[in-house]
Design a protein around this ligand. Structure first.
Ligand code: C5P
Length: 243
């Protein structure tokens, strides 16, 4: 295969220049990191599972009219996506208290929230991705005022879709993170779901047993991460075949 230009290497993915202008190849690594990369390991097969699962979620969203950057899966570890201008925010939606909201507000993990809560974190590893408000986002120009409602609406549509999908296979979508990008179509700008959606970026609990099927298995040393992700893929009927 022709050598491609590497654009960016992150903790779990590498981005390469795509075959056409305005496209990017997103490569899923086996690396697992947590706590801002203080904890790290290599989980064989994770990249393949996440590539498949991400394809499943993103193409499902595209099919119901929720715009994403996803174009197509290329092979076991790579997918073709549209180049977007990433908004430097992590958008988190929570249905049930867990993780940082439980810590910050003293809400017991597993407590159902009165309604889905959307939060914004400023993407900055050196600062540990701090929680920010709309005031910060507008004042520092990370997004425009008119983007705020659109970002919340997009995040809630992803939540509805993903919650339903998971509910159908006996899994509770506790929370998840997305990133949002801008794409330009002539003078018209629209927001699309970018980056990835996978068990790395969601909390997924078995509805019957409460078993964790997401990256908390790695963060909290609860067993095999590959087994947990394989179980999610198996239930959704997305087990990786040969590319
Ligand atoms: O840690 P916290 O409870 O704020 O995480 C909320 C959700 O966002 C979890 O599903 C977690 O996996 C995801 N997340 C992420 N990347 C981050 C921070 C959180 O995918 N940098």
């Amino acid at each position: 295969m022709a050598r491609r230009k590497k654009i960016y290497e992150g903790k779990a993915k590498i981005l390469y220049e795509g075959p056409e202008p305005g496209t990017i190849v997103q490569y899923f690594k086996d690396d697992a990191t947590a706590f801002n990369a203080e904890k790290r390991d290599v989980v064989e097969g994770k990249g393949v599972l996440n590539n498949r699962l991400c394809e499943y979620f993103m193409s499902g969203l595209n099919n119901i009219g929720v715009p994403t950057h996803f174009i197509k899966r290329i092979n076991m570890r790579e997918q073709l996506v549209r180049a977007v201008e990433i908004i430097p925010l992590e958008v988190v939606v929570r249905n049930v208290a867990a993780g940082s909201i439980s810590k910050r507000l003293g809400i017991e993990e597993g407590t159902a929230l009165p309604r889905p809560i959307v939060e914004f974190y400023y993407k900055d590893d050196a600062l540990g991705d701090p929680l920010v408000t709309e005031e910060h986002i507008i004042a520092f120009g990370w997004a425009a005022q008119q983007d705020m409602d659109d970002m919340v609406a997009l995040a809630l549509r992803v939540n509805d879709f993903m919650s339903g999908l998971m509910m159908g296979v006996g899994i509770k979508l506790v929370d998840f993170k997305i990133e949002i990008g801008r794409v330009w179509e002539g003078d018209y700008m629209r927001l699309v779901v970018a980056d990835e959606i996978s068990p790395d970026s969601c909390r997924l609990w078995d509805i019957e047993t409460g078993q964790k099927l997401d990256k908390d298995v790695f963060r909290r040393d609860l067993g095999s991460l590959a087994d947990a992700y394989t179980e999610v893929a198996r239930r959704l009927g997305v087990l990786p075949q040969n590319a």
